[in-house]
Structures are given as structure tokens and as C-alpha cells.
Design a protein around this ligand. Structure first.
Ligand code: ZN
Ligand code: ZN
Length: 556
């Protein structure tokens, strides 16, 4: 029985208002004595607008503060946007982690692959399993998705049951693993579902996502009719797709050669966990050149145009073992994640320039998304008929569309929230009642930097207009000893009149120094500031850009 002042709250720290870095909190108890359940701890991938940054993590300040009140972290599945931040952030939390076998195995493989990664103990939970963490009674619901073992969570509390869908779609024939567990979801609907916290990724798309079995048919046909070599690229974690490709290759007696480290790691884990049972061992990449063109299929990483991945290097003719030739066929069994379109186009253009035939989902059913479209979202609402619906896992547009769809489907209480907001679900929810610290942290080399620091903004500015360094030695009588030291980085070598900007900067600095009154010339700070301004103004006059300028004055 709940006490009078107990509350059930939902507080997302990532993934609500953006795609990626999913981290959700559920809190139960009195306001000052809440116990927290964390769901997922993912990354977002940084784009070109964040120079030097590869990964973005949710800011976990609040979790660190509340560490003692966290009853555990449950991973819904092993996509990077759900578990990618764990090995980086877990040491600051050291909370118990729960996951199903494939997710746990992939996490272990990742830890082995990264030197210095922490040993994270994982409680392995069976598919469909039920377990208690503090005040939360958690039951897993199998969901079809684009990776094995995606789980929704039914979180039962004395104030009601919540369905946290995780990533899901409806697919009656998902190639591997169980289909979305409609019976369990309908049973939850009959039992009574207080709130549905649901995936909004494809809420802007009409209809239903194609099923994996239809994709398999199309891929098999394209592989069968390929005249010469054939290569397929897809997300390495899409084991169903790997299986489909391997089966199609076996039908036409092609050996599957795996190209790319991420693909190696996943296929190993998929074999350990049984998801590639009955599939012939894949061959190592050094065999590629020795097989006749119609007896080989290359399974490549790089479907998102990642510059260091196999397909990108092949497209630029820079791969040590693999090359394509005129008449070969490359199939993109994938779709570019928003933000990656340009990178993918660069790879496609490189391949076409080599005379390779490129097939994408623009013209063939070679890919199906792992997220629910509108009709699937309506089905879920009809099965579960929640009192409350909160859209998550999406950018503002996706959340708004999901909310609208839910209202039209008859859900009485729909609320769109954002990272950092605390929403009371019961009693009397949904209502935004508080805010907690939320934000983004960048992985910069081996360090973590707050998005609020100037680091990346500075880097962007340097990337735009370069930097000038001036060094000079100043005597106590206010004279420059010797010559100025000048370094220009990232600045054009000549101006429109053919002058060297180095000379322009030098003259500007000397003139600014001479223009100072005698007393001022003995003040190193005044000297530095006058030179800095003069150099920037002079370069701006010839270039229409103002570089960063550092002046170092050495008093001798
Ligand atoms: Zn996913
Ligand atoms: Zn996701």
C-alpha cells in the first residue's frame, strides 16, 4: 500500500528532445526520500558542429548526487544510444546493472576491446523475466527491433504500472528472437496501465514499418542476381540482417567475408549467444582477394559513412585487403541517421566513381527501420490503453506528433516533457513538478568536458579564423629587444595584393607599439593589448576575418 505522501515520478535525463543518449529515471516515495530506477545510459554521436568531439553523454550530476538512492540500472537493449555511455560513466556511479544475455555479452565484448574499461558486474535477466528493485516490480516484455533482445519494461509500483516501451516495432516474423509480445501487452491493458512512456522516432511516418522477412526476400534476390562481387553494409548490431545476408550467400555458394572490426565483435557475440546457430563460419578478410568474384560476399561496416570504417576506405581505394571493380554490386541495407547523409553520399559517390553498382533503400526494400510508425503506435495504445502517455525517444517534432496521435487515439492525458523535468505520474498526474540538473557532456579525447565550457566554442572559432601568436622581449626602459616572434596558423599565405599577412601583422604590431606614450611602453599589459588589437584590425582589413591573437610579453 502506498503511504499518503508517496509519489511516482518520471524524470528523463537524456533522449527526450533529441535522438540519442537515452537515460530515464523513475522515482518512487516521498519527495525527499525517493528511490530511483534508472533505465539505459546511452550516447549521442557528435556532428561536424562539435569539432574534435566524437561522443556526447548525458550529464549525470544528479545521479551521482542521488547514487545511494538508486536501486539499479536496467538496460533495455545494446544499441549505443541506450548503453554506449555505460563503460564511460559507470565508475562514477557503481550501481547494479541488469540486462538480458545478448546485451550483457556485447557489453563484456566491448569492455575487452577497450583498454582501461571498468569491470562492470551485470545481473543477467532472462527474456521476459521479472525481478524486484526496491519499490519497483519490473517485468521485461520482448519487443521486435533492429538488434536482438530489445525489451520493454513493465514497472509496477503501489501507485500503478508504467510501460516503458524501449525501442520497438511490430514484426510478426523478425528473423531472430521473439516477436513483440502482444499477449503480455494486452494483459497489461486488462490489468490497468497508468502510463505509457513510448518511442517516438517514427511517429512522423504513416503506416507500418516493413517486416524483416520481406527485406530478407529482397536481399536474397539482389544477392542471387549479382553478376560479380557483392558487398552488403548494415549496422553491425542488426544480427537478423547479418543472418539474412549469410543465408542468402549460402544459397548461391558465396563465402561471407567480414570486413570491419565492429562486425567481427558482433558476429562473435551473436555466435556465443546462439543467434547465428546453423550459419557457416564467416571467413577472414585476407581470403577476399583469393576467392572468385561470384563466390564471395563482403559484409562491411560503414553504413553510416563513418570515415574510418571499411566501406568508406574501400570507396576511396584505401583499404589494405578489399577493393571493388566495375560491375560489382554494393547494397546499403541501412538508412542514414539524420546528420550522416553527407558522409553516406561521399561513400556512395566514391563507389559509383569506381564503376560499382550501388543499391539503397531508395529503390529497393533492403532495409526496415526498427521503430514503430503511426499504425503500430496506434496498435500499442489499443493493446495497453494507458491513462497517461508521455512521448520520449525523439526530437521535439517526433514528440509532438506522437502526442497528437495519442490524443486522437483517445488517450486522456498526454504530456510532452523534456530532459531535466520531473513529471509526477501519480497521484493525480501527469504534472511537471520540478526540475533536476540535466545537460550534455562531451567525450573529448580521454577527458569529459561539460557542454557549457568554452572548449568547443573556442575550437570552432579557431577553425573559422585561425590564430596569431606574437612574442616580444621588453626592457625596463620600454624598448623592444631583438625582433618580434610571430606565428600565424590557419591564415592565408598572401593577401589580394600579394602581401604576406605575416609582414602585415609585424608592421601593425610595431606601429601600435610606437604609437604608445613612453610610459605606456613600459607596461607589459598595455603593450600586449595594443598589439593584439592592432594585429587583429590589420588582418581584418586585408582578410575580412579577425583571428584569435595571443601576445606574450617577456620583461627583461
Ligand atoms: Zn534501438
Ligand atoms: Zn534508441
Amino acid at each position: 500500500m502506498p503511504r499518503h505522501s508517496d509519489e511516482l515520478v518520471f524524470a528523463p535525463l537524456g533522449g527526450v528532445g533529441e535522438i540519442g543518449m537515452n537515460l530515464a529515471l523513475y522515482g518512487f516515495g516521498q519527495e525527499l526520500h525517493r528511490r530511483w530506477l534508472a533505465v539505459d545510459l546511452g550516447v549521442a554521436i557528435a556532428g561536424d558542429d562539435l569539432p574534435g568531439i566524437e561522443l556526447i553523454f548525458p550529464d549525470i550530476r544528479y545521479l551521482i548526487e542521488e547514487r545511494r538512492n538508486i536501486v539499479g540500472l536496467v538496460l533495455t537493449h545494446a544499441h549505443e544510444d541506450h548503453f554506449g555511455a555505460l563503460i564511460h560513466l559507470w565508475p562514477q556511479l557503481e550501481i547494479p546493472v541488469h540486462a538480458t544475455p545478448f546485451t550483457a555479452a556485447l557489453l563484456a565484448a566491448k569492455q575487452q576491446g577497450e583498454p582501461g574499461a571498468p569491470e562492470i558486474p551485470v545481473n543477467v535477466v532472462p527474456l521476459g523475466g521479472r525481478f524486484h528493485l526496491g519499490p519497483f516490480d519490473i517485468e521485461l516484455v520482448s519487443m521486435a527491433h533492429s538488434i536482438p533482445e530489445s525489451n520493454g519494461l513493465i514497472i509496477r509500483t503501489p501507485l500503478g504500472a508504467v510501460l516503458h516501451t524501449g525501442d520497438w516495432k511490430i514484426d510478426a516474423s523478425p528473423v531472430i528472437g521473439p516477436a513483440t509480445d502482444e499477449a503480455k501487452l494486452r494483459a497489461l491493458g486488462n490489468e490497468g496501465c497508468l502510463a505509457l512512456i513510448g518511442d517516438s522516432t517514427n511517429a512522423v511516418r504513416e503506416g507500418r514499418s516493413p517486416c524483416e522477412a520481406d527485406v530478407a526476400k529482397c536481399l536474397a534476390e539482389l544477392i542471387r542476381t549479382a553478376p560479380r562481387r557483392v558487398a552488403v553494409t548494415t549496422f553491425a548490431s542488426n544480427v537478423a540482417r547479418l543472418r539474412t545476408v549469410a543465408e542468402a550467400a549460402a544459397m548461391c555458394e558465396r563465402e561471407v567475408v567480414v570486413v570491419g572490426r565492429a562486425m567481427d565483435r558482433i558476429t562473435q557475440v551473436a555466435r556465443e549467444t546462439g543467434y547465428l546457430d546453423g550459419i557457416k563460419e564467416f571467413r577472414s578478410v585476407d581470403l577476399y582477394g583469393h576467392l572468385p568474384p561470384d563466390k564471395v560476399l563482403a559484409l562491411c561496416t560503414g553504413s553510416q559513412g563513418e570515415p574510418r570504417a571499411a566501406l568508406s576506405r574501400i570507396s576511396q581505394d584505401e583499404h589494405p585487403d578489399v577493393a571493388f571493380a566495375r560491375g560489382d554490386r554494393v547494397i546499403f541495407s541501412s538508412r542514414a541517421i539524420p546528420g550522416n547523409e553527407k558522409a553516406v553520399m561521399r561513400v556512395i559517390n566514391g563507389l559509383i566513381a569506381q564503376g560499382v553498382e550501388v543499391i539503397t533503400d531508395r529503390t529497393h526494400l533492403v532495409h526496415a527501420s526498427g521503430h514503430p510508425r503511426m499504425d503500430e503506435l496506434r496498435d500499442m495504445i489499443a493493446w495497453v490503453h494507458p491513462e497517461i502517455l508521455l512521448p520520449v525517444h525523439g526530437e521535439p517534432l517526433h514528440l509532438a506528433e506522437h502526442a497528437e496521435l495519442a490524443r486522437r487515439a483517445g488517450v486522456g492525458k498526454v504530456l510532452v516533457c523534456r530532459d531535466g523535468e520531473v513529471v509526477r505520474l501519480a497521484p493525480g498526474g501527469p504534472e511537471k513538478i520540478d526540475e533536476i540538473p540535466a545537460g550534455r557532456v562531451y567525450k573529448d579525447g580521454s577527458l569529459l568536458v561539460s557542454a557549457e565550457e568554452r572548449t568547443v566554442a573556442d575550437r570552432r572559432r579557431l577553425g573559422f579564423s585561425g590564430v596569431v601568436s606574437v612574442a616580444l622581449a621588453l626592457s625596463d626602459r620600454g624598448e623592444i629587444i631583438g625582433d618580434l616572434g610571430l606565428t600565424l596558423t590557419g591564415i592565408p599565405a598572401t593577401d589580394a595584393q600579394g602581401r604576406n599577412p605575416m609582414d602585415v601583422a609585424h608592421d601593425a604590431a610595431m606601429e601600435a607599439f610606437s604609437a604608445l606614450p613612453r610610459a605606456g611602453r613600459r607596461d607589459p599589459e598595455l603593450v600586449a593589448e595594443a598589439i593584439r588589437r592592432a594585429v587583429r584590425a590589420a588582418l581584418s582589413a586585408i582578410w575580412s576575418k579577425k583571428p584569435t591573437c595571443h601576445v606574450h610579453v617577456l620583461e627583461v
